[in-house]
Design a protein around this ligand. Structure first.
Ligand SMILES: *[C@@H]1O[C@H](CO)[C@@H](O)[C@H](O)[C@H]1NC(C)=O
Ligand SMILES: *[C@@H]1O[C@H](CO)[C@@H](O)[C@H](O)[C@H]1NC(C)=O
Ligand SMILES: *[C@@H]1O[C@H](CO)[C@@H](O)[C@H](O)[C@H]1NC(C)=O
Ligand SMILES: *[C@@H]1O[C@H](CO)[C@@H](O)[C@H](O)[C@H]1NC(C)=O
Length: 347
């Protein structure tokens, strides 16, 4: 009886069900806390769990209050971040092992941790000492996890698109910054390939659009906007073009198969009076279209049918950020009311 019913479900309904159940799977949020008016972590966790379809949360530290609040919560995994200032120290195995014992082991396995992000946009700092210790710290933490018999936590580091050389247009010509390709990225990508961990990037069409390309940045363009002159592939949105530029850079040095995770992307809902393309409608459009696009499973022109776990920046508006636009990347206000409807609330 049941089996017969399932068999007779129209295909579109089955597809809808699959999409519905997988819909939430790929969308996470960055839970930033540069603010003095946010609710306590246990309320935040309860809100995410009961009211939204968010199933991944990235934090910018390893705050024990937040890790405790996620204890026993199923269906939501976490990325914790190691601050840039700890990277040099954690490149030594004994320090990596004590960091792990002090900061994560007490919360395992009750708190579901999926990724450790080692620093944030380290290459963009241009700090040679920091950059030189990035991979050693990732290796040390991976070994520390192994020595502690922890499985299922992968180590990575999020990059800004500043890792690409200036001329990443068309997307298929994407390459890593001169001088970084062989010395920095080949060994990092080899690490990802060996440990099956993802390459994390923070693509922000918000930082890339100009007067002519606002609709392209907002996924609002049904017309072809960029034709890659080399591949003849058509691009209708900047997000795809940015990811394909990253992919092209990876593939150029042999690592096209390493997974890509979008660790941050977003759009502010308010800004300075003289800022164009910033506001409620723009932010709602970007994030709504982003979620639809990621969950469509279409992938990008160069990576068809690949799905990228995507973490929207950010969960909350954060009132202690330095500029109006930076204060207004949140999907929610500190009292949990949505800043705009982006389609991630449970019915
Ligand atoms: C890890 O597992 C091995 C083999 O099961 C065991 O000998 C070792 O004591 C474990 N180490 C820790 C830190 O639990
Ligand atoms: C790109 O768009 C043009 C114009 O619509 C179309 O002729 C071409 O087939 C498209 N290319 C691909 C690879 O889909
Ligand atoms: C990536 O890892 C696979 C094994 O999982 C290996 O066959 C392949 O050669 C590696 N790629 C590179 C570029 O080293
Ligand atoms: C916009 O206004 C801010 C001050 O509110 C000013 O610092 C900035 O230079 C202005 N930008 C432009 C492009 O006019």
């Amino acid at each position: 009886m049941m089996r017969g019913q399932v068999v007779h479900l129209p295909l579109f309904l089955i597809l809808t069900l699959i999409l519905t159940f997988s819909a939430a799977y790929h969308i996470g949020v960055n839970y930033g806390t540069v603010s003095n008016n946010l609710p306590p972590p246990h309320q935040v966790v309860n809100f995410i769990k009961t009211k939204t379809n968010i199933n991944h949360v990235k934090i910018f530290d390893a705050n024990p209050g937040i890790l405790t609040a996620f204890s026993g919560i199923t269906g939501i995994s976490l990325t914790v971040t190691i601050p840039n200032s700890d990277i040099v120290s954690l490149s030594k195995l004994p320090n990596a092992r004590s960091w792990l014992s002090d900061n994560l082991l007490p919360f395992l396995p009750a708190t579901s941790i999926r990724y450790i992000a080692v620093g944030n946009e380290v290459i963009a700092t241009s700090d040679r000492t920091l950059i030189g210790h990035l991979l050693p710290a990732m290796e040390a933490l991976t070994l520390a996890l192994h020595l502690a018999n922890v499985t299922g936590i992968l180590v990575s580091t999020p990059h800004s698109l500043g890792i690409l050389s200036g001329s990443s247009e068309p997307p298929s010509s994407g390459k890593f910054r001169r001088g970084y390709e062989k010395a920095i990225f080949a060994p990092i990508l080899d690490f990802h390939n060996r440990t099956k961990s993802p390459f994390m990037v923070n693509p922000y069409p918000y930082f890339g659009f100009g007067p002519e390309t606002l609709n392209y940045a907002l996924f609002n363009s049904n017309d072809i906007v960029v034709v890659d002159t080399v591949t003849k592939l058509n691009y209708t949105n900047m997000f795809d073009a940015q990811l394909d530029a990253v992919y092209s850079a990876m593939k150029r040095i042999g690592y096209g198969d390493v997974d890509i995770v979008v660790a941050e992307t977003g759009w502010p809902s308010a800004g300075e009076p003289n800022q164009t393309g910033v506001g409620l409608d723009f932010a709602a459009t970007y994030n709504r279209n982003l979620i639809k696009h990621v969950n469509s499973g279409k992938g990008t022109p160069l990576m068809p049918n690949r799905v990228f776990e995507t973490c929207i920046f950010a969960l909350f508006n954060e009132n202690l950020k330095p500029s109006i636009s930076e204060q207004n990347f949140g999907l929610f206000k500190p009292d949990f009311t949505p800043v705009y409807d982006v389609g991630i609330m449970k019915n």
